[in-house]
Design a protein around this ligand. Sequence first.
Ligand code: PLP
Length: 442
Amino acid sequence: MLKHPKNLTNLTNLKDDDAVLQPLYGRRALTEPIPKYKLPENEMAVRTAYELIHDELMLDGNARLNLATFVTTWMEPEAEQLMAESFSKNMIDKDEYPQTAMIEERCINMVARLFHAPEEGQAIGASAIGSSEAIMLAGMALKWKWRQRRERQGKSSDRPNMVMGANVQVVWEKFCRYWEVEPRYVPMQRGHYTITPEGVVDLIDENTIGVVAILGTTFTGEFEPVEQIHEALMKRNAETGWEIPLHVDAASGGFVAPFLDPDLKWDFRLPLVKSTNVSGHKYGLVYPGVCWVVWRDEAELPRELIFHVNYLGGDMPTFTLNFSRPGNQVVAQYYNFLRLGRRLYAHHASDARHGDVSFRRDWQTRTVRIGQRWQCDSRVRIRDERPHTLHGVRSIGKTTRTRLAGARLYHAARCRGHRRVARLHSRRFQPRHGGHVPGRYS
Ligand SMILES: *Cc1c(COP(=O)(O)O)cnc(C)c1O
């Protein structure tokens, strides 16, 4: 969120000290203070500009030490090099950069196959800036498809609803508010933080555009029982003639389950699963800015949602909320796909789940497991109703964050170990130079 300096409209109210940057060391290079909130009149030397900003950014946290995220904080230098090489390419300009577009297409194919898109069908997908954009796209497709069905039946289509757990990531709330869909939350119970088939069936009706199940919930990392929910939905649909589909939010589990639980049916092997999303920047192990959304068949993506743009050259169909964005994250994802293959993705996912990522703080001990049932303690309170607190979870700082840090923590410890992380693991790990696996170039 943009934070305005105090009284942006009247800069004269700023005290002199607040209005300018005056780094002490820079005196020789900087002959005058640099205004903070208005465009400087004059240029400055290349190196000075770099140093000034570089040093100011040292005030940020150290991303590698950010154990509270499951978004990627480290990539191999070769990936970074490729990313730097493709910053300048605009992902949307597929005529000018057809090879980047091709790489995107290959990635979509890989993801669709990983999720068992039917071979005889025409799976279709897109890259997005994050699961949030992907979910907006998937949600829109659900809403449009539902409206088409209703119109075909000559029924009203003015009261769409969507059924999901009270544990959904905030983007689902956003989707519902922005696209005017009534959210119906399956309540959570103390000690049980996933939705149940019964809970879902209780809430659906003819106006349900879709049901959302989460593979790897944001709060506990648990997989919701997609197959059982699917079964209940099949049954209810058969009884009523409804055609309620299922979307699986696999933002975090999508690059874990296929490797560790190949027999777990949560993906396109279940016919009502029409679409799914996975964050490349979570267990896809790419820096923030990439995600994948896939539909089991192009018929699930209403034509009206696809825009054809021709002013960049040829005819270009697009389905995105954004337009221009750098091609580098897609390139980085492709690098990881080639570099890691199924084997090392499995290795990583296994680290995240089974690696000893428990660590001790003076007040608690935690064990982190992605995709397994896991004991929540009473500090986590997900209320029955969506409350106003952050996603309904209170003490996110104390429990959830540590829990979710699993893979990152382990990764951080394996990579060029930072002393603090290393100390946490001193009895178990030998932090070493290296990347994804023992022996970076193995
Ligand atoms: C992280 C997450 C999202 C949002 O993903 P971004 O890639 O950060 O936009 C959505 N759903 C779930 C379950 C998540 O864990």
